[in-house]
Design a protein around this ligand. Structure first.
Ligand code: HEC
Ligand code: HEC
Length: 336
């Protein structure tokens, strides 16, 4: 009796008003998620080199665009604009996804055309709409800088720098870009007071309305390709093929890799076309188009509150100081 009263008081204090049956049911859902683990077993030499390359705009034709330009690590690993700006201010075709926790995704890009981070990293350097360089020019640039030559040799033990080493080092750095310790993770790990009543209500709605069907696993997404517009068509689907561009199958049209919801409060605007500016709008669209559900304003706010608990510790490191160009380093050509 006394214990029961104590439990009731504790529950009241924590602001949790769920029946024990509901709690047990939540435990079933809990198994569909997992906390983000800190980076493990990384090669520190490669990470340091990869970090420099990630921040080095000399890997672009203009000498101005680095990976960090479109995946800004001060801003949740994204650029916070609808679609990215590439070489010569070109408008990119699609929204820049976050690089945070991307090592946990089943494949890279919205359509999954790159198998992993290493396969992905060579793409933007040579993409005329992004960094507009070539792998040969990138290697010539790096090989002209003595400090880079020394560092590559130290890390890879070879006399010559090649693109494989470049992408390997960048991918290794990206493996450190994970965000553990979000309040949701703390809650999963047993700290029941880590989530407020509204956030828990949002979590419940997220599970019971069916968001969890596509947004699950450690990344709450990133582990399957799903159609955008299951119940109702999405108006922004014109002109993009989605997963069909990779598989050639008509059934995969408008299928996209389900984006991670980790750090989602930082990675606005939302969707592959960056058309939704706010989480309120994105949640409303998801409810209607994916589940045929119209959330009330209160429900929407609770789901948004839950989504904001997914922001984890952002990667912390000192900004790398890049070795200066040598006299023989090819100069950037930003304006032609
Ligand atoms: C001009 C902007 C731009 C630059 C520069 C750029 N990216 Fe991206 N990045 C994008 C866009 C846009 C996408 C999505 C493209 C798609 O899915 O078709 C993307 C996708 C990715 C992804 C896939 C994430 C996921 O979950 O699918 C990773 C990882 C990534 N970029 C890393 C890098 C690295 C490393 C560099 C530097 C070598 C880089 N990017 C340079 C814009 C950029
Ligand atoms: C049928 C699978 C499916 C269901 C169910 C689903 N989603 Fe999504 N979600 C996706 C896909 C696919 C995208 C990417 C769509 C695009 O960009 O065109 C997405 C995108 C999002 C985004 C934007 C993320 C970003 O970075 O752009 C948010 C937020 C989101 N979903 C939340 C939810 C919520 C909340 C629910 C439940 C109400 C939900 N989703 C239900 C598949 C699903």
């Amino acid at each position: 009796m006394k214990l029961n009263t104590l439990a009731a008081t504790l529950i009241a204090v924590a602001g949790i008003s769920l029946s024990s049956a509901a709690l047990a049911q939540q435990d079933q859902f809990r198994a569909l998620y997992a906390p983000i683990a800190p980076p493990k077993a990384v090669d520190l030499g490669k990470v340091e080199l990869g970090k420099k390359l990630y921040f080095d705009p000399r890997l672009s034709k203009s000498g101005f665009i680095s990976c960090n330009s479109c995946h800004n690590l001060s801003r949740g690993g994204s650029d916070n604009i609808p679609t990215s700006i590439g070489d010569k201010w070109q408008k990119g075709p699609i929204n820049s996804p976050t690089v945070l926790n991307s090592s946990l995704n089943l494949a890279q890009f919205w359509d999954g055309r790159a198998a992993d981070l290493k396969a992905q990293a060579g793409g933007p350097i040579a993409n005329p709409g992004e960094m507009a360089f070539s792998h040969t020019l990138a290697i010539d640039m790096l090989a002209s800088i003595p400090a880079y030559v020394r560092e590559f040799k130290m890390v890879f033990g070879k006399d010559k720098i090649d693109i494989d080493q470049v992408t390997d080092a960048i991918a290794e750095f990206e493996k450190t870009l994970v965000t553990p310790n979000s309040r949701f993770d703390q809650w999963m790990l047993g700290k029941s007071e880590a989530l407020t009543k509204d956030e828990l209500a949002g979590y419940k709605l997220f599970n019971e309305s069916g968001c969890v069907a596509c947004h699950n696993g450690p990344n709450l997404g990133g582990n399957s390709f799903q159609k955008m517009g299951v119940v109702e068509a999405y108006k922004g689907n014109d002109g993009v093929a989605g997963r069909a561009a990779v598989t050639g199958k008509d059934a995969d049209r408008f299928n996209f890799k389900v984006p991670t919801l980790r750090n989602v409060e930082m990675t606005y605007p939302y969707f592959h076309d960056g058309a939704a500016n706010t989480l309120t709008e994105a949640v409303d669209t998801m409810g209607r188009l994916q589940l045929g559900k119209k959330f009330t304003q209160a429900e929407n706010q609770q789901i948004v509150a839950f989504l904001k608990t997914l922001t984890g510790d952002q990667p912390m490191f000192t900004i790398p100081i890049l070795p200066p160009s040598a006299d023989s380093t090819p100069r950037p050509t930003p304006f032609k």
